[in-house]
Design a protein around this ligand. Structure first.
Ligand code: APR
Length: 232
């Protein structure tokens, strides 16, 4: 049996848009209604922890109600033909619920929490986190989210995965947030690369890039047709 080709996919908020979850930077995106420094930085959490916990408690409820869409499901189905590795900036669990088995979260996970004293140990959470909820180490619990101004611990793992790709796909990200956006540059020069987005962001320097300017669900169908041909 031929070994499966390694298909590495970088996803962002746009892949979950058709599941009803808001993106960040589109019009009516989350950052239009909130000050990013208030709700998504360590100093914002120190200044107003109630606001930050409320913001993520709301996000958790929204994600719990959302269902995987055709794009999430399409990626999960590709595991039949490819060795699929998903690297997501998303904190939702829609890739996992669609059936993808190999998902690396760069920016944390909404259904996990951690102590303010320890970034490495996580605990499952489905309800709300409140002020006074403490981890076993005595620290206040906070969402397991990588905020702006914090390190991205999974970036090295992700870069290694991207370097080994046979095909590379980007779906639904504005590529504005680093270091995640920089992963695109780790994909081997010659391999085929695809980008699916309803409004393709600037990607000037990427060699061998095929553009699929469509919403994620529809774009996934086109991607499948194109890469199944590649496989042959
Ligand atoms: N189908 C495909 N793409 C879409 C769709 C859709 N239905 N709807 C929106 N998009 C695209 C937009 O055109 C845009 O390029 O998704 C992208 C969303 O970009 P952002 O809102 O910037 O989201 P993302 O790139 O994931 O943000 C990165 O920023 O605030 C942080 O930590 C947060 O992980 C997030 C990071």
């Amino acid at each position: 049996m031929q070994t499966k080709k390694k298909l590495v996919v970088l996803t962002g908020a746009g892949i979950s848009a058709e599941s009803g979850l808001k993106t960040f930077r589109d019009s009516d995106g989350l950052w239009e209604g909130y000050d990013v420094y208030e709700v998504a930085t360590p100093r914002g959490f120190i200044a107003n922890p109630q606001l930050v916990l409320k913001f993520y408690n709301e996000r958790r409820k929204e994600v719990a109600k959302a269902q995987p869409n055709d794009a999430h499901k399409g990626l999960a189905a590709l595991e039949e033909h490819f060795d699929v590795h998903i690297i997501t900036q998303n904190i939702d669990d829609l890739h996992e619920r669609a059936g993808s088995t190999n998902v690396t979260h760069l920016h944390g996970e909404i259904f996990k929490m951690r102590s303010v004293l320890d970034a490495t140990k996580t605990y499952p959470i489905t309800g709300d986190i409140k002020i006074g909820d403490l981890a076993p180490d005595g620290g206040q619990l906070r969402p397991f989210i990588v905020w702006f101004e914090e390190e991205v611990p999974m970036i090295e793992v992700a870069a290694k995965i991207v370097r080994q790709a046979d095909l590379f796909v980007v779906i639904g990200t504005s590529l504005q947030v680093y270091p995640a956006a920089g992963l695109v540059n780790y994909a081997p020069y010659k391999i085929p690369k695809y980008i699916i987005d309803k409004k393709i962001p600037p990607t000037d320097s990427v060699h061998n890039l095929i553009i699929i300017e469509k919403p994620a669900g529809e774009g996934m169908k086109e991607l499948k047709e194109r890469i199944m041909n590649y496989e042959e």
